[in-house]
Ligand binder design. Sequence first.
Ligand code: SAH
Length: 349
Amino acid sequence: MADLVERFVRDHRLANQEEYGELLESLEKPGTGEYLQAEAVKLRKKYYGDKVYVRGLIEFTNICKNGCYYCGINRENHQVERYRLTAEEILECCKNGWRLGFRTFVLQGGEDPWFTDERLTKLVRLIKKAYPDCALTLSVGERSLDSYRRLRRAGADRYLLRHETAEEAHYRYLHPASMSLGKRKQCLFTLKALGFQTGAGFMVGSPGQTYEQLAQDLLFLKELSPEMVGLGPFIPHQATRFAHEPAGSVELTVKLLSVVRVLLPNVLLPATTALGTLALDGRERGLAAGANVVMPNLSPRRNRKQYTLYDNKLYEGEEAAEGLEALSRRVEALGYHLSMERGDITELE
Ligand code: SAH
């Protein structure tokens, strides 16, 4: 194996963007992907054994003030039927999830201005009071330092905010002028400093993406050192400007999951819904490549179709919380097993 790849496996880092670029190019050579995958599996076993953690995803609002060009629920899309769950409905989702055995709830949504700090902290308190044994993850976009602090004090444990791309020009290409990469990164550093288990991440194959940009993503991930990384293929949505762009590659996504596992050995790494949407066995291939988390959908059935980030998004079968048994069988077939623990990050050795 090439020196550079071996050095990456040994040190869990490379020196600079150029080296990460070289690593990405070498993924095309026969054998490199397999080698990294084997190393990734060793590391996931070292830190998590054969456990695959489960998170109950509650998509609680698809109302969004942002206009991310790739996203199907961006504010310019007037074809989506918008919804916002009430606190009662959200608690009902948690209740169903808790009965099914879930001990982590992920509240994800658009940047919905109705959820002021007041309302959101109140919701966090309600959930943490009703389910003190559960971890609560928020994924509600960019907010102020003060807002993040209040949410943390209210009891939120984790926060997912993908950086989407770590390269300035690419960020510009994917987002309206009102958004900035600097702000996005700042939010992530703030979240970490406040003690959230923090998740960053990006789409693979988003429009305009190059290896140089992916190399910057890896460099940024190492610098931030997040507890979680969300990584899935880009999938076009018919009502966006990127409707006719090709979807990201499942193969590259799977290889990058292995790369991220080697980069951040104890990271919590989901096999995403987007990966499962693009290939029937996508989620399994993700788990076999070093991912150790799955996030079935706990949202009310009637709303699942409305949270359409991209076309053909899965929300039935094993993607749904009700399909837990089927999911469990598929995970067992890979030699892993579903763990219903809270599943916090383990200490790095
Ligand atoms: N508003 C929240 C949640 C966004 S939705 C936030 O800003 O964090 C969660 C993730 O879905 C996004 O971070 C993005 O990476 C992903 N996503 C959005 N549109 C997508 C698409 N067309 N294909 C694949 N993933 C997409």
